[in-house]
Design a binder for this molecule. Structure first.
Ligand code: UDP
Ligand code: MG
Length: 348
């Protein structure tokens, strides 16, 4: 039976400290899977260099030359983890039947790949890697992450609890995913929207193998904010409800003010007036800010700019060369055949 081609997509941003070790471990894993006939020998690991400033890309090129099972693409500049992932997923799907995405720092347990593939062979189109616990996280990360998932659920966004971007997706899911053209990306929210048969695989998330996190607090907050505002209009509705409540309160305040005026205590109300002006202005500013956020999103989406630009694709080069060689061989063969037949015909 023909085995499916697996591509493992790994976005890399300044990962020179980990990439060689990741290569070593994944090479072992892929070789075992190929030997035990689970995946095709045409399977590959595809690194996506997200505009790294260190030696990551030159290391990837070196690995591509040395290792048959490894290849890479590079983006024209740093576009962020999610865009790098999309670039990798959409490029890899052209060469494969099934794709697994994971981080470069070996935090995702590569042994979960076996179970993911088992579920895929049992008919699942998406298999989510889910962290079984957060024991290794710092207290701060644990609290913020939990708060984030709870808040997302409250906002009506369907995300898998404790699932990052360690995920198996079949080619047909990726073909559907390609139709989601949005620029503000939050992949964890998109895949549950696509549907198909899905399952989860639990794994223990390790600590980063080397180097430091490429997700500082600012990036993390941006990411969470993107997740909420890309999938939920609830904040806008909350602003509307808040507006209605404040309007009702202001009616009561108006009645109160009139009564006070009639009773003749006008100067007394100065503190109250000042406070209300500040408060209402504050709420208005906040509301405008939230609405502005959505308007900004619409603005970005209408421009429909490309989400990434691939400046080099080592896999295409390699496959292209092979194709060229094959075509050349075929051409030479057919030439020889033609010459022979024409010579024979002539001699007859
Ligand atoms: N990453 C990326 N572009 C960025 C930031 C991060 O491609 O702008 C990659 C990074 O190389 C890693 C993955 O995204 O493979 C997750 O980043 P990291 O491990 O630093 O995040 P953390 O695990 O600390 O949340
Ligand atoms: Mg990490």
């Amino acid at each position: 039976m023909k085995k499916d081609i697996l591509y493992v997509v790994i976005p890399c941003y300044n990962e020179e400290e980990v990439i060689n070790e990741t290569t070593k471990r994944l090479k072992e894993k892929l070789n075992t899977l190929i030997k035990s006939n689970v995946i095709s020998p045409k399977s590959r690991v595809m690194y996506v260099n997200d505009g790294s400033k260190d030696k990551t890309w030159s290391l990837i090129k070196k690995i591509d030359r040395k290792e048959k099972l490894f290849t890479g693409i590079t983006l024209s500049r740093n576009r962020g983890h999610q865009n790098a992932l999309v670039a990798g997923l959409l490029t890899a799907k052209e060469y494969s039947d099934v794709v697994i995405s994971m981080d470069a720092d070996l935090q995702d347990d590569i042994n979960a790949i076996d179970e993911m593939l088992k579920k895929y062979h049992n008919g699942c189109d998406v298999v989510y890697g889910v962290r079984s616990s957060r024991k290794k996280d710092t207290f701060f990360k644990k609290i913020t992450a939990q708060g984030f998932y709870k808040f997302m659920a409250k906002m009506g966004v369907n995300v898998i609890y404790n699932h990052a971007d360690y995920r198996l997706t079949s080619k047909r899911v990726l073909n559907e995913f390609e139709k989601y053209k949005e620029v503000n990306l939050f992949l964890r929210g998109i895949f549950p929207l696509i549907g198909f048969k899905t399952d989860v695989v639990y794994y223990e998330r390790a600590e980063r193998f080397a180097g430091s996190s490429k997700y500082p607090l600012k990036k993390m907050l941006n990411f969470a904010w993107d997740g909420i505002t890309s999938f939920s209009v609830k904040p806008i509705r909350a602003v509307l409800s808040l507006g209605i409540v404040i309007f009702l309160i202001s009616l009561l305040v108006m009645i109160y003010c009139l009564i006070v005026k009639i009773a003749g205590y006008t100067v007394e109300g100065w503190t109250f007036l000042a406070v209300s002006i500040w408060l209402v202005a504050g709420v208005q500013m906040l509301s405008l800010g939230i609405i502005g956020e959505y308007v900004g999103k619409v603005y970005n989406e209408t421009k429909a700019r490309p989400r990434y630009i691939i400046s080099e694709n080592l896999n295409e080069k390699r496959l292209g060369k092979r194709l060229k060689k094959r075509t050349e061989k075929r051409l030479v063969k057919s030439l020889i055949k033609n010459i022979n037949t024409s010579e024979i015909t002539n001699s007859i």
